[in-house]
Design a protein around this ligand. Sequence first.
Ligand code: CA
Ligand code: CA
Length: 657
Amino acid sequence: MLTVLVAVSCGKEPQEGKDAKWERPSYAAGQKQGNITYQLLIYSFADSDGDGIGDFNGIKSKLDYLDALGVSAIWLSPAHPADSYHGYDVQDYSAVNPKYGTEADFKALIDAAHAKGIKIYMDYVLNHTGKGNVWFAEAKKGPSSDKFGWFHISSNPSADIAAGKFPMLGSYNSGEWHDVTVGEIGYTGRLHFKVDFSGTPKTLTVTAADGAAQNSNPDTSVKMFLWVGEPGQAVRMYRTGTDIYEITLDTDSPWGVLVRTSDTSWDGGTKWGAPKGSNVLTFGEALALSNEDAQDILFGTPTQMKFQGAFGSWMPDLNYGPVSTASSSGAFRALAQTADKWMGMGVDGFRLDAVKHIYSAERGDENPEFLRQWYERCNSTFRKTHSSDLYMVGEVWMGSSDVAPYYKGLPACFEFDFWERLKWVLNQRTGCYFAKDLMGYRKAYAAVRPGAIAATKLTNHDETRAASVLGRDLAKLKQAAAFLMTAEGEPYIYQGEELGYWGKDGDEGGRDELVRTPMVWDSASTAATGDLGGHVDMSLVTDAVSVTAQEDDSESLLRTYYEWTYARNTCPALASGKMSAHPKYNDGNTLQGSVACWYMTASDGAKALVVHNVGASSVDLDLDGDKLSDMLVSLGSVSVSGTTLELGANSSAVFRQ
Ligand code: CA
Ligand code: CA
C-alpha cells in the first residue's frame, strides 16, 4: 500500500496555492541550533527613514523576519564610513557610516539582535583601505609621518621590492602601483614669520619658533597680514621696524601661507605670494615675494610617488611588514584597537575580506600565519568577557584544497566549492558524487584544524545570483535551499536568495549592483535603492517578489526556505551532524546517478537520512536498511511504500533514523 507522507515542520499546515492564514515559524529558547547566518547589505536591506538608503534601524525593524527565517547570526556589509556605496574602501575603521545611523543606533541594533538570540558579525577589510582613509591621508604627508610605513609607498617600487623593503610583496607588478602625490605642503606647529618690505625683493622668512605664540595684532593701523589655515583667515602682524613685520603663530594650515596688505580685499596687488616655480620655503631663508603671480607659499615639496593597491588605484593595500612581526606593526595594532571597540559594543564575530591578498600569493603560507596572529589578538579581547571563542570567517576565494591551509589561522572559512559542486549537480542532474566530494573537502580542513567550520553558501555579493545560474528554475532553487540546509557545515543565506533574486555580476557581463538588489518587503516603492546609483533591475524589484507576497504563497521559494531552515534548526542531526556515505546510494551507484544521499549524525548519535533526486524524472529507491516512517521535511513529490521511496523530479526528503 502506498503511503503519501506530508511533513508538517513548521507553522500551520500549508494550504494549496495562496494562503494568507499561514504564520511564520517561531522558536522556543535554545531551539534554534542550525547555525544559519544571513548575509545582508546594510545599504540595500531596509530603510527606516525614507532616504532610500538602508540603515541600522531598518535592520532592527526586520529582526522578526530574520528570526523566523531561522537565522542565528547576521553578517553585515562593512559598516564604516567608506569611499564607495559598498563599503569595502574604508575611511575610518573606528566609526560607523553616518548614512546608516549613529553609534547609538548600531548599539541598539546589536542589543535588539541579542535579545532574539541573533549574533552580529562585522565585515572587516584587512587587505586594503579606501583612498580616502584617514591613515592614508597621514601617510601621504611623507616619510616623516608615522603612517607612511602603514602602506607601500615608493618613488621606485621595483628597486624597493628588489631591495627587500616591502616584505609583504612578491615580484614587482606594475599594474598594482598607482600614482600618489606625497609631501607635506602645509604645516602644523609654532612658527615665527618675518615680512621685510624695506628692499627689493620683498621677502618672507619663516623659522621654527621657541617663543610664546601671539594673537593677531589688535592695532588696526598696521596693514600687513598672514593668510593661513583652512578655512583661511587674515592674521594681523606686528610692526617691529621700518617696513618690517613679525609674528609668532601657532600655525595649522594644510596648504601653506600667503602675505596680504589688506584683510578685506584680494584686489589691487594686495595679495603677495611666491613666484611660480620657487614657491617652497626653507626655514631660515628669505623667500622672495611677488604680487603679480602670487603662488601659495608651501612648507614642503610635493613628490610624485606610487602606492601599491592590488584592487586598483582607489584601494591602497596595508603594510604589516614581515609576517613574523606583523602583530607588532602599527597598522595591525591600530586595526586591532578598532576591533576591540566593536567587540566592546557587543559584536560577536568578524568576516574577513580578501584574506588571500594580504600577503602576495607567491609568498607561501604567510596569510594563514598572519590570520592566526589576527585571530588570537582579537580572541584575547573576546575571551575577557566570553566563555567561548570568537567567531571569525575568512573569504578565501579558491578551491577547497587551497582553502584548507587557512584553517591554520581561522576557525571558519567560506567553502566556495560547495556552490561550485552544487550548481553542477543541479544543472547536470547528477547527484551521486556530491556527498563524497563534500566529505573530501571536510577531511582536508579537519587535517589542519580539528573542528574546522565550513561556511557553506550558494552565492554572495560578488557572484552571479543562484537564480541566474539555475536558469530561474524554481524547482532547482528550492532544491538548492534543501541541499544547503541538509549538508554538514554552517550555512549562509545571502539577502534576496530566499526570494529567488536573479542578476549577473560584473565578471559575467552584468554589474555588481545587479547582484546587490534591495529587499522588497511589502512594496517595491519602499525598497532601499538610493545608494545603487540607479543600477537596479526594476523588472526584479516588483511587489510580486516581495516578502509579503511570498509569505502568502505556499508554493513560493521563501516558504521552502522557512520549512528547511526550521527543519535544520530543530533536528540536531541536521544542525550539527557529520556527513557519512549511504551504503547503497553513493558515488559508486551511477545507475541512480541523479540521487544524492547521505547520513547526518550528531555527536549524541542522533541520525538522519538525507535523500535528494536532482533528476528530471522520478526514481524508486530501495532503502531496506533505513527507517522511512519518520519524515522530518520534504520537497516536491515524495512517497513511501514499504522499503521503497519514490522521489519525483527535483524532490528531497529527510528521515529521522
Ligand atoms: Ca535610511
Ligand atoms: Ca595585500
